[in-house]
Design a protein around this ligand. Structure first.
Ligand code: C5P
Length: 224
């Protein structure tokens, strides 16, 4: 039996993970948050004090990093060298560092293999920056999900505030703009809309509207 793949790409804070997680539950797919994998790599590099711009140091460090994914009650758990680091990954600092680490080919090749192996084993909805363009070029449905930077900053601010993390909305917006710029302009697998991806701007849509739209698009694609 063949597996179904849905690829969701887009800039930081567009709501990809919330939406993909909910769609995974509704369709009984596995949700793969690829950003969390890059964040785990970044956490390792931060802990080891590795210079993100030093290609050799990053390459050497990559040999000592083992990132794996497990599922506990349907929730993705990221295991970094045997330690469950899932709850340490969602800070702005780690997000920013992940974008620096993700520029390197050694890091990306390692992550892409892991992601493709997950997709080969199950029906997956995967979100990230290069899913439709590189990781799952033959995905059944590709969505490029975006929203204005103001709206994305507001959503990230709410997410962090709800977790009790104090933050400044203007700084968050600037970080988002800087991170998108770096992700869109890097040499290897930059963030861009795949030619066959459907563009969804969620600035004026509720989460439920986006979820329903993506499920509708998926059903349409499967009936084509
Ligand atoms: O999606 P999230 O904000 O967790 O991703 C953190 C960073 O990881 C992104 O800014 C991006 O640089 C990198 N990333 C990537 N490719 C992916 C997923 C994330 O380069 N597929």
């Amino acid at each position: 039996m063949r597996n179904y793949n849905i690829a969701i790409d887009g800039p930081a804070g567009a709501g990809k993970s919330t939406i993909a997680k909910s769609i995974a539950k509704k369709l009984e797919f596995i949700y793969v948050d690829t950003g969390a994998m890059y964040r785990a790599m970044a956490l390792f590099m931060i802990k080891q004090n590795i210079d993100f711009d030093n290609k050799d140091d990053i390459e050497n460090a990559c040999d000592s990093v083992n990132v794996t994914i497990e599922y506990k009650s349907g929730e993705q758990q990221v295991i970094l060298n045997g330690e469950n680091v899932t709850n340490l990954l969602r800070t702005e600092e780690v997000g920013k560092m992940a974008s620096n680490v993700a520029k390197h080919n050694t890091v990306r090749s390692k992550m892409v293999v892991l992601q493709q192996n997950l997709a080969a084993k199950a029906n997956v909805i995967m979100d990230g920056r290069d899913i439709g363009t590189v990781v799952l070029p033959k995905a059944d449905l590709k969505v490029y999900l975006t929203a204005s930077s103001e709206e994305r900053a507001l959503r990230r601010w709410r997410e962090l505030t709800e977790k009790g993390i104090s933050c400044n909305i203007k700084e968050i917006e600037q970080d988002i703009i800087d991170r998108d710029k770096q992700d869109m302009n890097r040499e290897i697998s930059p963030l861009k809309q795949a030619d066959d991806a459907i563009l969804l701007d969620s600035s004026n849509m509720s989460i439920d509207e986006v979820i329903d739209k993506i499920i509708e698009l998926f059903k349409q694609k499967c009936n084509e």
